[in-house]
Design a protein around this ligand. Structure first.
Ligand SMILES: NC(=O)c1ccc[n+]([C@@H]2O[C@H](COP(=O)([O-])OP(=O)(O)OC[C@H]3O[C@@H](n4cnc5c(N)ncnc54)[C@H](OP(=O)(O)O)[C@@H]3O)[C@@H](O)[C@H]2O)c1
Length: 226
């Protein structure tokens, strides 16, 4: 499948790398291709610069958000939640029309430091904002409740026997995303329902962040026992 991964951070790299490994054609989107390729220092968290990571992924194309989205059948939103609407606007409505969007972004607000708060919650969600702003997109919220490495390689923890969620209004788009998650190794994907259910998975972030502090690692996930 031709996929566009919007975002070059650890989530974008994890998704793009795994999709390419599974044989998908992948273009990664960024604001300024030349500026992104010119950066070689790791980020504040020690994640490699895109240009360094790209050396071991020569088959993955780096493009503007619009060029990456243009040829894709499936689009992944792996951008900063506060910038996601602007990124999708830059990607271009015509390039997004009718496509499934796997939205991994969280509405985190770091303006008052750590831990961040949520800039939308309870009565709305980032997933819903994106769906309202881009009715031509078929938004599926997913993978936003676990660390990037576990998103694409769940087997790193307890044989992959832990839970991920999807939320979205379009049954076919959810089917495509669930198939993709299963191809990554996920064995327990819970379809929560329509896009309003993204409120719940985005509001998991406050406890997720505190668990990371308490456990001193991001390598954990939720398992829904029933
Ligand atoms: N890190 C995790 O393990 C994890 C887990 C679950 C969910 N998430 C969510 O996944 C998303 C991606 O996380 P991340 O850590 O990989 O990367 P990130 O640093 O949150 O986002 C990186 C991307 O956001 C874009 N961006 C930032 N500010 C922008 C602006 N003002 N205008 C346009 N674009 C802007 C950047 O574009 P340029 O390339 O042009 O700089 C970059 O590609 C976030 O929403 C995060 O909350 C992360």
């Amino acid at each position: 499948m031709k996929t566009a991964v919007l975002g070059i951070g650890m989530v974008g790299q994890a998704l793009a790398g795994r999709l390419a490994e599974l044989g998908h054609e992948v273009a990664v989107g960024t604001r300024d291709v030349a500026a992104t390729l010119a950066r070689t220092e790791p980020d504040r968290m020690g994640n490699p610069a895109y240009a360094v990571w790209a050396q071991s992924h020569p088959q993955i194309q780096l493009a503007t958000f619009a060029d990456a989205a243009a040829g894709a059948e499936l689009v992944v939103n792996a951008t900063n939640g506060a910038a996601s609407i602007a990124v999708l606007t830059a990607a271009g409505r015509a390039n997004l029309a009718g496509k499934a969007l796997l939205d991994i972004a969280n509405p985190l607000d770091f303006s008052a430091g750590f831990p961040p708060t949520l800039f939308v919650k309870d009565t709305d969600s980032l997933g819903e904002r994106i769906q309202r702003e881009f009715p031509e997109l078929r938004v599926v919220k997913g993978l936003n409740t676990l660390n990037a490495n576990l998103m694409v390689n769940p087997g790193q923890l307890a044989g992959g026997q832990h839970t991920v969620f999807v939320s979205g209004n379009d049954a076919d788009a959810k089917k495509t995303v669930i198939g993709l998650l299963e191809s990554f190794g996920h064995t327990d994907v819970i379809d929560l329902g329509d896009i309003t259910t993204a409120r719940g998975t985005e509001m998991v972030l406050p406890i997720w962040l505190r668990l990371m502090g308490a456990l001193n690692t991001p390598m954990f996930n939720f398992k829904i026992v029933r």
